[in-house]
Design a protein around this ligand. Structure first.
Ligand SMILES: NC(=O)c1ccc[n+]([C@@H]2O[C@H](COP(=O)([O-])OP(=O)(O)OC[C@H]3O[C@@H](n4cnc5c(N)ncnc54)[C@H](OP(=O)(O)O)[C@@H]3O)[C@@H](O)[C@H]2O)c1
Length: 325
């Protein structure tokens, strides 16, 4: 099969489509013929050699895909050859075929094309497992999403609105904020021209928000803590603004704050299956009913993976970028 190979750590040009061996199918896996895969920021970090795949995972990038099942492992009962599905991967999506544990496979939600379904598993499982399963965002609470126009952000806005939260977002341009508003965001903050802490306070009667989803990390830590209500929860899923910060613990103490962090990729297959199962039960019906929609910015051929990475690193995009073999 053909797959995108990281020929050496470096810039987008190191991504090359090459002929490689087909994946081997384990008993608890299905083999998918890939219809599309979607980019994630993590892929760009893997490309630079700073985010190696977990032990046993494919060396090719790609954390999610959609496609058709072409072979089924001996221990798999739920899926059969010919099923059109999408899947959460530990790697290997940038390829014509990928093997994936059966517990990480999801049906294509009603009303979503097979190609666009590739944009859903990573954002749905990340946002559901953090904001809802751990930080317990509930109806009537206030929720701040940093980077509302990102793949993660565009999904988080929609599912949080569907769950009945008031949603505040930050983004770096008026165009991006307009899209966030269209997706349902109640309060749109341009972080380049406005102080988000001040806006959050104004919009919440001085109290602060109940939950924050953040991927800036160190550069936003102090201001995020200032933006939280009593019993507020900060969930950090990335460190685009740096990994090391200092905290005045008295701020947490005084307002009973929780700071948590988690990565999806290094969870065990069993752990991922629990998340995928909950996502299918709770999130998939919202998508099938049209309350949450995939936000696809652009689809490129798999052979243009380098161009797709350039686009992602330019941060021009809004939502997800797809690669199609
Ligand atoms: N922990 C996990 O399991 C997990 C899973 C998935 C994703 N993530 C993380 O979630 C984040 C978003 O991922 P994604 O794939 O959705 O990314 P994405 O679509 O590429 O979006 C990232 C956005 O971040 C903003 N940005 C870029 N550099 C910035 C900076 N220095 N300061 C502030 N904002 C900046 C840009 O929007 P603006 O123009 O508005 O700045 C950009 O569009 C990444 O950090 C990723 O690693 C974590």
């Amino acid at each position: 099969m053909k797959a995108v190979v990281i020929t050496s750590p470096g810039g987008p040009e190191v991504l090359q489509l090459q002929e490689v061996r087909d994946p081997e199918l384990k008993d608890d896996e299905v083999l998918m013929k890939v219809k599309a895969t979607a980019l994630n920021r993590a892929d760009t970090i893997q490309r630079k050699g700073l985010y190696p795949p977990p032990k046993g995972a494919s060396e090719y990038p790609g954390l999610e895909c959609s496609g058709t099942i072409v072979a089924v492992g001996k221990k798999v009962s739920r899926w059969k050859i010919g099923d059109e599905v999408c899947a959460l991967l530990s790697g290997g999506g940038y390829a014509e075929k990928v093997a994936v544990p059966a517990g990480q496979v999801l049906p294509v939600p009603h009303g979503v094309s097979l190609q666009d379904a590739a944009s859903l598993p990573e954002v749905a499982c990340t946002v559901w497992s953090t904001v809802f399963m751990i930080s317990r965002l509930s109806a009537g609470e206030t929720f701040l999403i940093h980077g509302g126009s990102s793949g993660i952000g565009t999904f988080a806005i929609q599912i949080a609105k569907y769950q009945g939260a008031k949603v505040l977002v930050t983004a770096g341009s008026e165009e991006k904020l307009a899209v966030c508003k269209n997706l349902g965001a109640d309060v749109c903050i341009n972080y380049k021209t406005q102080d988000f802490v001040q806006r959050v306070k104004e919009e919440t009667g001085g109290k602060g928000v109940d939950v924050i989803l953040d991927y800036l990390g160190a550069s936003y830590l102090k201001r995020n803590l200032e933006s939280l209500n009593f019993d507020g929860r900060l969930f950090i899923i990335g460190t685009m603004g740096g990994p090391v910060a200092e905290v005045d613990l008295r701020v947490l103490l005084a307002r009973r704050l929780t700071v948590q962090s988690a990565g999806l990729r290094h969870r065990s297959p069993e752990n991922k299956a629990v998340i995928v199962s909950e996502v299918e039960k709770i999130v998939w019906p919202a998508i099938s009913a049209g309350n949450v929609k995939p936000v696809v910015y652009k689809s490129l051929p798999l052979s243009e993976a380098a161009e797709a990475h350039r686009l992602m690193e330019s941060s021009e995009h809004i939502g997800k970028i797809l690669l199609v073999p």
